[in-house]
Write a protein that binds this ligand. Structure first.
Ligand code: TYM
Length: 333
C-alpha cells in the first residue's frame, strides 16, 4: 500500500477551505492508502498562541478529523509535539537548506507582508525556518504522496529537493515525495475577496466559513458572498472569481460538475443559486458538528492520540537513528 502523510496547524478555527482542500481528501484516501495525519502544533508556535486557545484548537482539530470521517483504526493520527524526533530531524534538515532557498518561499514572504501590515515590531525566526520542520515531518515517514492545498505545494517541492540533496550527500535515505493537490477545491477563496485565499486569520471572519460556525451564520455568509454584476451562474475563474469560487464549493459538497450546476441555474439568478448552496453548506456543517459534539463528549481523543503517537514514534525513532548514523552525529553502530 502506498503511504500518504499530511498535517494541519491548530491556529484558529478550522475553515471550510481546510475541510475541502485537505480533510475531505484525507477521508477519501483512507481505504486505499496508508495514511499518517497529524496536528502541526509545533508549526503553530511561529505566531503567538494564547495557551488556552491552542489547547482548545488542538482538541477541535482532532475532533474534526474524526468527525469528518477519519477512522483511527485505519489512519495514524497524532500530535506533532508528541513525537520529539520531528524537531530534531528539523534541525538537521535546517542545516541543509540555504537562507536564499527559505526566503524564496511564498508563504514566508506572505507572512512577512502580513506582519508589516499589522505593524508588528519584530518577526519571529520560526516563520523563516518553518519549511525545515515541515521537511522533517514529511521525510521522516517516507510517504509516496503529500495531499495538500495549493498554498503548501511549494513547501513539498522544497522537501523533495532537500531529500535529493541529503540522499546525494550521504546515500539513499529518504523517499522523494509527490505533492497531491485536489483538482477542484485546492484553493477555496475568501467569500468577501475572491482574489485572496479563505484563511483562518480572516480579519472580520465574514469571508471565511468556520466548520464550527453556527449553521445560520454559515448560511448568511454564503448569502452575502461577493459575486459580480452579471447574473449568469457560469464558471469563469478569471472574470467571475466570486461565483466560480461558490461553484467550486457547490461542486464538492453538492457532488455536481460545473456543467450540471450551470444547466441547473440556467435563466435563474444568483439568489436561488446562493440559497441552495447555503442549504448544502449548512447540511454539511450540521453533519460534521453532530459528530464533533459526540466525539468531544466521548473522551476518545486522548486514546486516539496516545495510540497514534506510539505508532508514529516507532517509525520516527528508527528513521532518526538512521539519519544520525549516516551524518556521523552518533558514534554508536
Ligand atoms: P494549514 O494549517 O495552513 O492548512 C492545512 C491544509 O489546508 C489547506 N488549505 C486550503 N485548501 C483549500 N483552500 C483553502 N482556502 C485552504 N486553506 C488551507 C492547506 O493547503 C493544507 O493542506 N504547513 C502546513 C501544515 C503542515 C504540513 C506538514 C502539511 C506542517 N507540516 C507536512 C503537510 C505535510 C499548513 O500550514 O497547513
Amino acid at each position: 500500500m502506498k503511504r500518504m502523510l499530511s498535517g494541519i496547524k491548530p491556529t484558529g478555527r478550522v475553515t471550510l477551505g481546510n475541510y475541502i482542500g485537505a480533510i475531505k481528501p484525507f477521508v477519501s484516501f483512507q481505504d486505499d492508502y496508508e495514511m499518517i495525519i497529524f496536528v502541526a502544533n509545533l508549526h503553530s508556535m511561529t505566531i503567538y498562541q494564547e495557551p488556552k486557545d491552542l489547547r482548545q484548537n488542538t482538541k477541535d482539530l482532532i475532533a474534526l478529523y474524526l468527525a469528518a470521517g477519519l477512522d483511527p483504526e485505519k489512519v495514524t493520527l497524532f500530535l506533532q509535539s508528541d513525537v520529539k524526533e520531528h524537531a530534531q530531524l528539523g534541525w538537521y534538515l535546517n542545516c541543509m537548506v540555504s537562507m536564499g532557498e527559505l526566503s524564496r518561499m511564498t508563504q514566508y514572504k506572505m507572512q512577512v507582508e502580513k506582519a508589516k501590515a499589522r505593524k508588528d515590531t519584530s518577526i519571529g525566526a520560526g516563520i523563516f525556518n518553518y519549511p525545515s520542520l515541515m521537511n522533517a515531518d514529511i521525510l521522516m515517514y517516507d510517504p509516496d504522496y503529500v495531499p495538500v492545498g495549493e498554498d503548501q505545494k511549494q513547501h513539498v517541492e522544497l522537501a523533495r529537493m532537500v531529500a535529493e540533496r541529503f540522499n546525494h550527500r550521504y546515500s539513499d535515505t529518504f523517499k522523494i515525495p509527490e505533492p497531491l493537490t485536489p483538482r477542484v477545491g485546492g484553493r477555496i477563496m475568501s467569500l468577501q475577496d475572491p482574489t485572496s485565499k479563505m484563511s483562518k486569520s480572516d480579519p472580520t471572519g465574514k469571508g471565511c466559513i468556520y466548520m464550527l460556525d453556527p449553521i445560520n451564520v454559515s448560511k448568511k455568509k454564503i448569502m452575502s458572498a461577493v459575486t459580480d454584476s452579471d447574473s449568469h451562474v457560469r464558471y469563469d475563474k478569471e472574470n467571475k472569481p466570486g461565483i466560480s469560487n461558490l461553484m467550486e464549493i457547490y461542486s464538492i459538497l453538492g457532488h455536481k460538475s460545473y456543467e450540471e450546476i450551470e444547466a441547473m441555474y440556467e435563466g435563474k439568478g444568483y439568489g436561488e443559486f446562493k440559497k441552495d448552496l447555503a442549504e448544502i453548506v449548512g447540511a454539511e456543517l450540521q453533519k460534521v458538528q453532530d459528530a464533533y459534539n459526540q466525539i468531544m463528549a466521548s473522551g476518545e481523543i486522548e486514546k486516539v492520540l496516545d495510540e497514534g503517537a506510539k505508532k508514529a514514534g516507532r517509525i520516527a525513532y528508527k528513521k532518526l537513528a538512521k539519519v544520525e548514523r549516516k551524518i556521523g552525529i552518533t558514534i554508536r553502530k
